[in-house]
Write a protein that binds this ligand. Structure first.
Ligand code: GH3
Ligand code: MG
Ligand code: MG
Ligand code: MG
Length: 305
C-alpha cells in the first residue's frame, strides 16, 4: 500500500482533553499558531478521538469527572494505535508527586498552572517537532524510496504480526510473491532509468488492486513484490493472482510510437493456509517462493499456488 496512512506529516493536530472550557480556550489560543486544535471535555471521549484521529500531541488535564488524566494517559500508552502520541499534562496540580505520577504514566512533560503562555508554547513546540521528526523517520524506515510502497523490513514485521493474529483466530492467511519476467532484458534494452519507471508503474498497478482493509503490499527486493492478504484463501486468492497478472499485462511502456509499445509480465507464487504453531510465518514465504519458481519454469506470465 502506498504509504499515506494515518500518520500525520502535514499540519500537526493537538488534542486538548480538559473538563474546563476556559482552560481549553486559553490553551487553544496559545497553540493555534502551531497546529490545528480539537478538544474533548472528558477522558472517555478524548480516548475515542485519539484512536480515530491520532493527533500529533495530547494536552491532558489531571482532574476530570470520570477517568482522571493518569488513567487516560495509561490507556493511551497501552494501546498500539495511540502509544506513540506524546502526552503533556497541563494541570492545577503542583506537587512533585503529581508530576512523578504523570511521567510514570507515560507523559513526556508536565506543566503546572498558572500557565505562562510563552513557556507552554515553547514546550509544546519542542514536543511537536520531536514527534514529527519521529514520524518522518518511521516513514523512511518502512518505505521503499523508489516506489513509495512499504519495504521488506515493514513487510517482515507485519507478516509476523498477522501470522500471530491468524494463528489465534484459526483463520486462513495468504502470502503472494510477484516477480517481473525477464526484467534484466528490459533494463538492457531501455536502460536503468526506464527500468525504474517501469517498476514504479508496475507497483502502482498492483497497489491499486491490493486495497482491501488489512492488505499489505511491499517491495520485497529488486523487481520482486510481496503481499499479505488477511483472511483470504482458495477462490479469492486465485482471483487476486489472476488480477495482478492481468493488470500488469495490460500496462504499456516505452516510446509514444504505438508500434513500439513495450509490455511486461509478472510471475506469481502464492501460499495460503491457517497458521499453526509448528510452522512459522517464514514457511509461508518459502512456499510462495517455491510456487513462484514453478510459475517461472512453466513459462512465466502465470501464477501458481
Ligand atoms: P526472470 O524472469 O527469471 O525473473 O528474469 P529477470 O531478468 O527478471 O531476473 P534477474 O534476477 O536475472 O534480473 C533481475 C533484474 O532486475 C536485474 C536488475 O538489474 C533489475 N532490477 C532490480 N532492481 C532494480 C531497480 O531498482 N531498478 C531497475 N531499473 N532495475 C532493477
Ligand atoms: Mg479539570
Ligand atoms: Mg524477474
Ligand atoms: Mg527476481
Amino acid at each position: 500500500m502506498k504509504i499515506n496512512g494515518n500518520t500525520r506529516t502535514s499540519r500537526p493536530l493537538i488534542l486538548i482533553v480538559d473538563d474546563s472550557p476556559e482552560v481549553i480556550k486559553m490553551l487553544s489560543q496559545i497553540v493555534l499558531g502551531m497546529a490545528d486544535v480539537v478538544f474533548a471535555l472528558d477522558g472517555k471521549s478524548g480516548i475515542e478521538f485519539a484512536n480515530k484521529q491520532q493527533p500529533t500531541l495530547v494536552l491532558l488535564d489531571v482532574n476530570m469527572p470520570g477517568q482522571n488524566g493518569y488513567e487516560v494517559c495509561k490507556n493511551l500508552k497501552s494501546n498500539v494505535i495511540t502509544k506513540d502520541i506524546p502526552i503533556i499534562f497541563v494541570t492545577g496540580e503542583t506537587s512533585m508527586d503529581a508530576e512523578v505520577r504523570a511521567l510514570e504514566a507515560g507523559a513526556v512533560d508536565f506543566i503546572s498552572k498558572p500557565l505562562n503562555p510563552p513557556v507552554v508554547a515553547a514546550r509544546v513546540g519542542t514536543h511537536l517537532t520531536l514527534r514529527q521528526n519521529a514520524i518522518s523517520l518511521e516513514l523512511l524506515v518502512n518505505q521503499d524510496p523508489l516506489t513509495c510502497v512499504y519495504n521488506r523490513r515493514y513487510f517482515d514485521h507485519q507478516l509476523e504480526k498477522e501470522y500471530g493474529r491468524h494463528l489465534r483466530q484459526k483463520l486462513p492467511l495468504s502470502v503472494v510473491i510477484m516477480d517481473i519476467d525477464h526484467f534484466k532484458d528490459y533494463n538492457d534494452k531501455y536502460g536503468h532509468l526506464e527500468g525504474d519507471k517501469c517498476l514504479i508503474n508496475v507497483v502502482s498497478a498492483i497497489d491499486a488492486v491490493t486495497r482491501r482493509p488489512g492488505e499489505i503490499f511491499a517491495r520485497y527486493g529488486g523487481e520482486e513484490f510481496i503481499a499479505i492478504l488477511p483472511y483470504v484463501a482458495d477462490t479469492d486468492l486465485k482471483k487476486y493472482c489472476q488480477q495482478v497478472c492481468s493488470v500488469v499485462r495490460g500496462l504499456e511502456f516505452g516510446s509514444d510510437n504505438l508500434i513500439n509499445r513495450e509490455r511486461v509480465t509478472i510471475s506469481v507464487g502464492a501460499c495460503s493456509g491457517i497458521p499453526t504453531k509448528d510452522v512459522g510465518a517464514i514457511e509461508f514465504t518459502r512456499q510462495a517462493d517455491r510456487a513462484l519458481y514453478e510459475a517461472k519454469t512453466e513459462g512465466r506470465d502465470r501464477f501458481k499456488m
